[in-house]
Write a protein of this length. Structure first.
Length: 338
């Protein structure tokens, strides 16, 4: 009997130590920032701009394709300061709303800019910019849909994306998001000046993605970052490859080069998965035009996808609950032996 007690007590102590270690690991994953998104989004979110009129909610939901399965959040001025810029804004200026849904592995980042009540209210940021900037921030395998109930530039929508990820336990490095946001600013003037070319935005962001992938690869191979001159040479070659070298202003090239250097220095460029992620997104952008990058079949939260998640989505939690119950029963049994 004494031998049985010793074995039982030892088993409890061993399992308890594993329990604590795994529990601490889970907490650490959710507390620490990540260089790149490594876990799939667990569910779909809709993030409304704090300045959105409450009367617009149903129409916004319709435009975004929101269903009752989406978790609702609100993007505020504080979120803008946290994720986009400390320059400051107000809640009333946070107009654009965004839906973010999990997508199957290998999808990358795809973005749709949806019309609100028939109107295209996102006036500056393109779907291709959103996709590349989010990828540079470390986002992966999601479908993002953006809309607004009135005319806005669209920058604030990214705050909603980052907030949804953080709520889901995926907190991206602020160095990543800052570098990515700078890329949004750096590419805007060139895209504005080529607004008459529907394919320009896709080609520009593809060129940017190609260079960023090469820079990350070089950084990981030899541990050094490229000089401004080297990055400029690579960018000019990429722009020529896509046939937009003559239509990209010199001032924009300088801004983009500086932004690329920031991305290379950010944690995201130290991860191997980023090299393939940004290359894949660049490949999907090179022939992209317009505001729709994805189809319904891309969504992991489609009717079939939601059914599968409902059936299997909590399987880890179910297994974990059984382990906890078994430990509790084992402890109770040991106590009867003492």
């Amino acid at each position: 009997m004494k031998f049985i007690k010793q074995i039982a007590i030892a088993a409890v102590l061993l399992i308890a130590s594993v329990y604590v270690a795994i529990g601490s690991s889970i907490l650490t994953v959710h507390a620490d920032t990540q260089a790149v998104q490594t876990t799939a989004l667990s569910k779909s979110y809709v993030v409304y701009g704090a300045g959105m009129a409450s009367s617009a909610k149903s129409t916004v939901d319709s435009a975004l394709g929101v269903t009752s399965s989406y978790t609702s959040l609100t993007s505020t001025a504080n979120d803008y300061a946290t994720y986009i810029s400390s320059d400051g804004t107000t809640d009333s200026a946070m107009i654009s709303s965004v839906a973010i849904a999990p997508a199957s592995s290998g999808t990358g980042v795809k973005v749709n800019i949806a019309k609100y009540d028939g109107n295209s209210n996102i006036t500056k940021v393109t779907a291709q910019q959103y996709a590349m900037v989010a990828t540079m921030a470390g986002v992966n395998d999601v479908i993002i849909t953006v809309t607004a109930n009135q005319s806005v530039t669209g920058e604030a929508a990214l705050a909603g994306v980052y907030k949804a990820l953080a709520t889901d336990g995926i907190s991206l490095s602020t160095q990543n998001t800052t570098a990515a946001n700078n890329m949004l600013d750096a590419t805007q003037s060139a895209i504005d000046q080529n607004s008459d070319d529907s394919k320009y935005s896709g080609k520009l962001m593809a060129a940017v993605g190609d260079v960023s992938s090469d820079l990350a690869k070089s950084k990981q191979e030899d541990g050094t970052t490229a000089t401004q001159s080297e990055v400029k040479t690579q960018l000019e070659a990429a722009l020529k490859k896509y046939g937009i070298d003559d239509s990209t202003p010199t001032t924009s090239i300088t801004l983009i080069v500086n932004a690329l250097i920031q991305v290379q220095k950010a944690p995201v460029s130290s991860t191997k998965s980023y090299i393939s992620n940004v290359s894949d997104v660049a490949d999907s952008l090179k022939n992209s035009a317009g505001n729709a990058m994805s189809k319904l079949s891309d969504f992991a939260n489609s009717a079939d996808g939601r059914a599968l998640m409902s059936k299997y989505g909590n399987i880890f939690q179910q297994i974990w609950n059984k382990i906890v119950l078994w430990i509790q029963e084992l402890i109770a049994y040991v106590q009867t032996l003492v």
